[in-house]
Design a protein around this ligand. Sequence first.
Ligand code: ARG
Length: 721
Amino acid sequence: MNKIKIYLSAIILLITCSVRADEGMWLLQLMQEQHSIDMMKKQGLKLDVLDLYNPNGVSLKDAVGIFGGGCTGEIISPEGLILTNHHCGYGFIQQHSSVEHDYLTDGFWATSKDKELPTPGLKFTFIERIEDITDLVNKKIADKEITETESLSREFWGKLAAELHNQSDLKEKKGISPQVLPFYAGNKFYIIYRKVYSDVRMVAAPPSSIGKFGGETDNWMWPRHTGDFSMFRIYADANGEPADYDASNTPLKTTKHLPISIKGINEGDYAMIMGFPGSTSRYLTVSEVKQRMEASNAPRIQIRGARQEVLKAAMNASDKTRIQYANKYAGSSNYWKNSIGMNKAIVDNNVLGTKTEQEAAFLKFAREQNNEAYQKVVDQIDQAITSTQPLTYQRTCLSEAFLMGIEFRTSHLLLDKMKEAIEEKNTAGIDSLKDSFQKVFDRIHNKDYDHEVDRQVAKTLFPLYAEMVPSSEHPAIYTVIAQEYKGDYNKFIDDMYDNSIMSNQENLDKFLKKPTVKALDNDLSAQYSKSTLDKFQELNKLMTPLQDELDILHKTYIRGLGDMKLPVPSYPDANFTLRLTYGNIKSYSPRDGVHYKYYTTAKGVLEKEDPTNREFNVPAKLKELIENADYGQYALPNGEMPLCFLTNNDITGGNSGSPVLNENGELIGCAFDGNWESLSGDINFDNNMQRCINLDIRYVLFILEKLGGCGHLINEMTIVQ
Ligand code: ARG
């Protein structure tokens, strides 16, 4: 009897496990309709749908927002305190840093509100309202007001967003920014009204030896010991509305903040994450996955790798350069390593095999349905990809080398205007353009730019690009190099970096003193910039019709996949809109004979410590705290300090900083990374392998209190014990 019971429950467990949707970046507005809320409850969620998302009231979503331009942050006190990742705050921490105040190295702790640092350029964005406008868009297509292709263009989305905003009751409200976006490749459309706060101040950041512990070596890897968090605060005007920085602004009184649970976590516990995943491509064909590997990832790996070597050498040689290039280096390296891992994981996890099976199943379904469009669509995508492949490859090389790699460039448009003014003898025009020249110069030679470092980057990337791309496709400047410099890249680059108008202040002053058409015509930096831009536009012109065709084909393919899956609901690809993923705290086995525990502890920090390697330095104070096991109320029952943990939630870039919540909606962690073995996850989610790497909230509070001396911040929070 007992045996049967165990047997039965094992079967039930198996069934629930196999249907359990760890995969899925669900739309909050569809949780009811798609039954994801029922699945969540089955897994242990104690909240109701309206607690998570309430279009007419306050809910969890009001405590989550977009941090800066590409991360997620959450509100953890009634006074607008934001928690996000250290790597999300990184650029802003760097913005405040100099050799004298090196907050990247030493950390930053505002011990009172008046010490919180205004951070120009930093914004925090809430989601005010989401409306389904699919019928409206479809009607416009049916009425021939727009074509289907136009409905998939940014231009149309922007226009429609402005139009609808203008008619809405939100029109007069401060800080509202409307956004129209397609979902399911354009089978659905929503308008999202976002509310943008622009006075956000820096509150707390641990030293990089905590916040970025493990550096690039541990990035995208488990087991992990990175205290990847930082804190900021939203300030608002007297009415609590968004306002630009003003000394009189006060901390935003938030309608919703996340309570924080320090009760502890166990394997199998319910866990969900709300945030803004940037981009996934879960519905690609085999041909498109191959294109991603060969035309995007491979050239990116090669070009970034070469640039990063130059930057690393320069950063190691000088503290000033290290601070200047810290954010650029991390930004480049993050998706460089991701691209390496993705190409490897696509092979290791047999993604092409899975996709091939999916295509075969789809074809079978299409034949059964007698649906001609479905039957043809994959072949049509394959054909379009054959045409785009070389263009995509070239565009990746061009943008990685010249638009994102080498920084020194001078817009020819400004020079052309000056030329015109000189030719027309328009002295007033010339004078006002002089100001613009100085402004452009200051923008190029900003505090994080080193002309000599950039010159070395150019000397590496010019010849590398030439090797990678057929010479018939090179930008016109390569002809100049061949003819006038006998193909000597270094000679050309030195000439450009020494003798262009924007090369240095001396050259600029000399030019401004006596602006001549000849000097403008001879400017190498402008010639180079124009030639790369021309090439980019030429490629785009060739790509646009093919891309338009692909957009329509995807719309058909994804509609078909949706039809095939019914009644099982599916979720749309990530597009940096608010999503929810639910699952569990979970360990994994990356390969034969290896099992990874679901959490790490502070002990591991000392195991990894390496005083000779900057990435693995441990601050003396932290070492002392760990050696004395001085963890206060945050320790595990066995006296150890929890650090990071794993869940099987479905996240990607953009989710960085997202809240990890337990079954009561209490904060247990902050998501910050994915694991190496499943970097193919943006293309295909693998239930056994894909894990989300999170920072345990108890480690955040421990660092804040014991190392940062910021007990006052903890007092603001709602702690559940
Ligand atoms: N891989 C993380 C993400 O994309 C970023 C980690 C940043 N840390 C670093 N060492 N670069 O969210």
